[in-house]
Write a protein that binds this ligand. Structure first.
Ligand SMILES: [Zn+2]
Length: 101
């Protein structure tokens, strides 16, 4: 996996950590959500709670798929790659919904 620096805490995103991409670059899931929490009005807190839990499960899926990829057949890896792309896209959409709050 390529290495990224989180734009929020300025630390390296380590393999196995949940992270996402926004217009500003790579960011840890926790950094992204807590930064957002500080910048939104109280009426949006509930929306953030729901969307952040959706995003967290999507990122968990991605980590699970990454873990499943080694030592398997090429066909299986290809299936996992397609699944990864789908969920990566969904996570990107959830990230942009959160960014827009
Ligand atoms: Zn961070």
């Amino acid at each position: 996996m390529a290495e990224f620096i989180c734009y929020s805490c300025k630390k390296l995103v380590v393999t196995g950590e949940k992270f996402t991409f926004t217009k500003s670059g790579a960011v840890h899931f926790d950094c992204f959500i807590s930064e957002k929490r500080r910048s939104i009005s109280d009426d949006k807190v509930q929306k953030l709670r729901i969307l952040s839990s959706v995003l967290e499960s999507e990122l968990d899926h991605l980590l699970n798929l990454l873990a499943a990829r080694s030592s398997e057949s090429e066909e299986y890896k290809e299936e996992m790659r397609i699944k990864y792309k789908d969920i990566e896209k969904a996570a990107g959409e959830t990230t942009s919904l959160i960014s827009k709050l």
